[in-house]
Design a protein around this ligand. Structure first.
Ligand SMILES: CCCCCCCCCCCCCCCC(=O)SCCNC(=O)CCNC(=O)[C@H](O)C(C)(C)COP(=O)(O)OP(=O)(O)OC[C@H]1O[C@@H](n2cnc3c(N)ncnc32)[C@H](O)[C@@H]1OP(=O)(O)O
Length: 178
């Protein structure tokens, strides 16, 4: 279903459907919204975004990352920004890159069984355009750990070109902290 939703969003983003198809589609979506409202659950019970075995943790609105390497202190992977993530002129939206980086930082912060942490800052430099619909490389590693602070470095590259880099602070939550 998530793969279908991904494909659907890309068709919506990249299409210009006829008026009657837009109307019919709206009606179909409304019908599904009504059906899904009956299946509503609390956050802890939801499936969306809680399937680490699926691309993008089972989130259709997250760039599909495939990890190629994970150890306790670093990770590498490949990602393709689909049409849905277009900013303008064939280039991925900067917010989509921030979304990707925050998620990757979350993943990196929890490697090696480390406890829950939350993003304190995410400082991004956009160095070159990140094209959509081509495979890009993502990498992340620990720079250092200081008490509750985990300082991480992330990079997004297209071939030899560095597209974006970020320094991220993840702070371990205190007991009982939400
Ligand atoms: C079942 C599912 C399977 C899934 C499979 C696993 C994959 C799992 C992937 C998850 C992926 C999700 C990843 C999303 C990650 C978010 O997106 S989290 C959401 C965005 N972030 C937030 O909402 C954070 C909001 N801010 C806060 O909650 C609090 O400010 C923080 C960050 C927790 C820190 O507050 P605090 O705990 O009171 O800590 P505090 O004492 O203020 O600071 C601790 C230290 O950090 C420093 N610090 C804190 N903030 C800053 C800052 N902005 N700048 C500089 N220094 C700072 C302090 O100066 C202090 O330093 P020291 O004095 O110790 O040297």
């Amino acid at each position: 279903m998530i793969a279908s939703l991904r494909a659907f969003l890309n068709r919506i983003a990249g299409g210009r459907p006829e008026e009657h198809d837009i109307t019919a589609l709206g009606a179909d979506l409304d019908r599904w919204s009504t059906t899904l409202a009956e299946a509503a659950v609390e956050e802890t019970e939801q499936v969306y975004g809680r399937r680490p075995d699926l691309l993008g943790r089972g989130q259709a609105t997250w760039p599909a990352v495939r990890f190629t390497h994970l150890d306790d202190n670093s990770l590498e992977g490949v990602v393709t920004f689909d049409r849905y993530f277009l900013g303008r002129h064939g280039v991925a939206h900067g917010g989509a890159i921030a979304f990707l980086f925050d998620e990757i930082a979350g993943r990196l912060a929890h490697l090696g069984g480390r406890p829950m942490a939350r993003t304190g800052y995410l400082r991004i430099d956009f160095r070159a355009i990140a094209p959509i619909e081509v495979e890009l490389r993502i990498s992340g590693r620990y720079l250092r750990e200081e008490g509750r602070k985990r300082i991480l470095r992330l990079e997004l590259a297209h071939g030899d070109t560095l597209c974006a880099e970020a320094e991220v602070l993840m702070v371990t939550l205190k007991p009982g902290q939400r």
